[in-house]
Design a protein around this ligand. Structure first.
Ligand SMILES: C[S@@+](CC[C@H](N)C(=O)[O-])C[C@H]1O[C@@H](n2cnc3c(N)ncnc32)[C@H](O)[C@@H]1O
Length: 395
């Protein structure tokens, strides 16, 4: 069924110019989003592994475009995994503020963590709980909240299943609304075409929270919702993307967000010889890891299972950059030579090359895409790859 939709990707704003076969057509509602041709499989591209492109349906790019996260804000992504929208939010926050990413599924959170690392997001912390457990601790802490709710999807489900989901969606929406600061915003979205999971859920929410209002966004492309609420719908017939519903809701009042508890942190200044910590970020030791994050993500004292980026790990030979940590540093301006795409591709395929570069050299492609960190094997160089990727046998 998925094959009937036109596929799309997002381009990372700071990782160079991707090389994607065929034509790209802009997604109207999200600058940086593009439809690509059917024959192109982004996850097979070198630029996917450098984090330069991220496959994401065009419709799924709508909710974050509507949420419009701004630098310095606290954003709560309440149903975050596998992280398509979380990474989109993280890039908009651009190394500032705090992104709280929660999901009740441990398996899906593992993919979320990997996607955050691949996209080099330093402002996120991953909360290992569902909304039911988190809503109390996160009361009024967020400037903006995304509830991309579990839904029946685009393929349809039984009436009973849809009714159960609609009840869950309303419950999650009511809980999520409590985490928004006075005057803050909440985007409710699903990829289901049913009215029951969309317009009806919003209507029932507005009956329970009479002082909330729908904000009608100005955005090119999507149609109005079916109930005249001021929400938006994307129809497959119009753009070839998945069906989607998204509604922007505003909390009553005007006011500051509640501050989250913070912890004392001892930052590391120059833990890896020669490698400077990027401006505006903090690095600190956590066991045998060196973590890198925005000050808010580093200091916020919440129980979490992932925080910022794992920059390096400590072993018997000292600190060693992780592959994704190296990519994150290159993206933020760390110096290193540029390789031809042909050499870059061969390194990513696991080959060793006669480059004559010392171990620990950070390398990029000619177009600026961050490749990672080189090691030396005999007289030849090989690229450190994320271990999961090596194990997957993809190359
Ligand atoms: C539509 S998916 C989210 C997709 C995600 N926003 C993205 O763009 O990649 C819904 C997610 O909600 C999670 N979920 C279900 N019930 C939840 C709850 N009570 N609290 C938090 N997450 C929940 C599911 O595990 C699932 O990952």
């Amino acid at each position: 069924m998925k094959g009937k939709f036109r596929r799309a990707l997002r381009v990372h704003p700071r990782r160079g110019v991707p090389v994607v076969p065929g034509q790209l057509e802009p997604v109207l509602w999200n600058p940086g989003g593009f439809f690509h041709e059917d024959g192109c499989n982004p996850s097979q591209l070198l630029d996917y592994h450098t984090g330069t492109v991220y496959p994401q349906d065009a419709a799924s790019q709508l909710p974050v475009a509507l949420l419009d996260p701004r630098p310095g804000e606290v954003i709560f992504d309440a149903c975050a995994a596998p992280g398509s929208k979380t990474t989109q939010i993280g890039l908009k926050l651009a190394d500032t503020g705090l992104l709280l990413a929660a999901d009740s599924s441990a398996g899906r959170r593992r993919v979320l963590a990997e996607n955050l690392a691949r996209q080099g997001i330093a402002c996120a912390i991953v909360l290992p709980q569902g909304l039911e457990q988190l809503a109390g601790a996160l009361r009024a802490v967020a400037d903006g909240v995304l509830l991309d709710a579990p839904c029946s999807g685009s393929e349809g489900r039984s009436r009973r299943r849809v009714a159960d989901l609609a009840a869950l969606q309303l419950d999650l929406l009511l809980r999520a609304s409590g985490t928004v600061r006075p005057g803050g915003r909440l985007v409710y979205s699903t990829c289901s075409p049913t009215e029951e999971e969309n317009e009806a859920v919003v209507r029932r929410f507005l009956e329970e929270r009479r002082d909330w209002e729908v904000v009608k966004p100005e955005v090119a492309g999507p149609d109005s919702d079916r109930a005249g609420l001021g929400a938006l719908r994307l129809h497959p017939e119009a753009f070839g993307c998945e069906p989607f519903f998204a509604c922007v809701l505003r909390a009553p009042g005007q006011g500051e967000r509640r501050e989250l508890p913070s912890r004392i942190l001892k930052p590391e200044n120059a833990p890896l010889n020669e490698i400077a910590i990027p401006a505006g970020l903090l690095a600190w030791r956590a066991g045998h890891s060196l973590l890198l994050a925005t000050p808010a993500a580093a200091r916020t004292d919440l129980h979490c299972e992932g925080r910022g980026l794992q920059l390096a790990t400590e072993g018997p030979a000292g600190w060693r950059l992780t592959p994704w940590g190296a990519q994150a540093l290159i993206e933020r301006g760390a110096a290193g030579p540029a390789l031809t795409r042909a050499d870059a591709r061969r390194l990513w395929a696991g080959e060793t090359l006669e480059l004559g570069l010392p171990a620990g050299t950070l390398v990029r492609t000619e177009a600026g895409a961050p490749l990672g960190v080189l090691q030396v094997k005999g007289s030849r160089n090989r690229l450190d790859l994320p271990s999961r990727l090596c194990r997957s046998g993809l190359f």
